[in-house]
Ligand binder design. Structure first.
Ligand SMILES: [Zn+2]
Length: 330
């Protein structure tokens, strides 16, 4: 019985030792696990300059980026390298690759491929030469056209109905332009004008805008051909000296011109005159040997003034103002 008790005691203490050992193993296991799972505070700077602090249990740069769903673009690089293990309070910087990075990448790619596969060598030498291709400058001389300008001369005097008449056709000029052109791989990448010499001046196109002569005045002008002046040797009754002025059917002379006289006839040169109201329409007056017929009136035709009709404004202007003896022909 006593022996039995001792056996019992011994087995109990063995169980205890085993239990303690198991607990110890378990605790140390947790400690190792916890050491592995140690969390890190990592500062990540993105290519756009944004900074973020992340807490992670991962240690490799690639794994941290993957965990945070940060994907590197082809033109971006990460510092330190993706395979680096990051310490506690580490920092990851994503930045854009510089041109130099790309070239060195290409070179390393090329050396790899030349060592491994010769088939791709040509292509990679091309890529490399492209990256290293020198920029060549050329001077180019070209003849170019100078566009002409259009000059409009408006003589319509505000008339709403106008027509254009080309008085002078335009002609393009010529110039010799010298360019400095930069090429890379036979592709133009820049062009600067360094000088320009005019070889031929352009000729302006001159367009005259004139009033459209309306139908009545056109028919009047077609009917008012310069008729042979009516003359008479018969002397009439002398009315004395009159101021003789001149006018035509234009808007300047007549305001809004219809080509019709105040008596309703179409005015004719060498025939029509405007006289003051004391002369009835149809009255024939001899001035400087020509017999005119009073067919018109005028605001300025008063007293001893007679206005003689001409076919054109320039003819009326050329006549000007004269003084002459006026005879009344019966
Ligand atoms: Zn006129």
């Amino acid at each position: 019985m006593l022996k039995h008790k001792d056996d019992e005691k011994a087995s109990i203490s063995l169980k205890r030792i085993l239990g303690i050992c198991l607990i110890f193993l378990f605790i140390s296991g947790i400690c190792v696990f916890a050491a592995n799972k140690q969390v890190r505070n990592v500062k990540i700077t993105l290519a756009n300059g944004c900074q973020m602090n992340v807490v992670t249990s991962k240690t490799k740069v690639a794994d941290i980026l993957d965990e945070k769903h940060i994907i590197l673009l082809p033109e971006e690089k990460v510092t330190p390298d993706e395979n680096t293990t990051i310490g506690v309070d580490g920092e990851i910087v994503i930045s854009e690759k510089s041109a130099q990075d790309e070239v060195s990448e290409m070179v390393s790619q090329n050396t790899e491929t030349t060592n491994n596969a010769e088939n791709n060598t040509d292509l990679n030498i091309d890529t490399i030469s492209q990256a290293y291709s020198p920029i060549t400058e050329k001077i180019e001389v070209k003849e170019e056209a100078i566009p002409f300008e259009t000059v409009t001369k408006n003589v319509a005097n505000g008339s709403s109905e106008t027509q254009d008449k080309v008085l002078q056709e335009g002609k393009e000029g010529k110039k010799q332009v010298t360019y400095k052109v930069k090429y890379q791989n036979n592709t133009e990448i820049e062009r600067k004008e360094i000088s320009s010499v005019v070889l031929e001046e352009p000729v302006d196109k001159v367009v005259q805008v004139r009033a459209v002569t309306n139908r009545s005045s056109r028919s009047s002008s077609s009917s008012t051909k310069v008729s042979a002046p009516e003359t008479t040797s018969a002397s009439g009754i002398s009315l004395g000296r009159y101021r003789i002025t001149a006018y035509c059917g234009c808007a300047l002379c007549c305001g809004k011109s219809t080509g019709r006289t105040a008596s309703g006839t179409y005015a004719r040169a060498n025939h029509t005159i405007a006289a003051p109201g004391n002369f009835a329409f149809g009255t024939k007056l001899k001035i400087n040997g020509i017999v005119y017929t009073v067919e018109d009136r005028g605001g300025a035709v008063k007293g001893k003034t007679i206005d003689v009709y001409f076919n054109s404004h320039s003819a009326a202007l050329a006549f000007g103002t004269k003084y002459a003896n006026v005879e009344l022909i019966k």
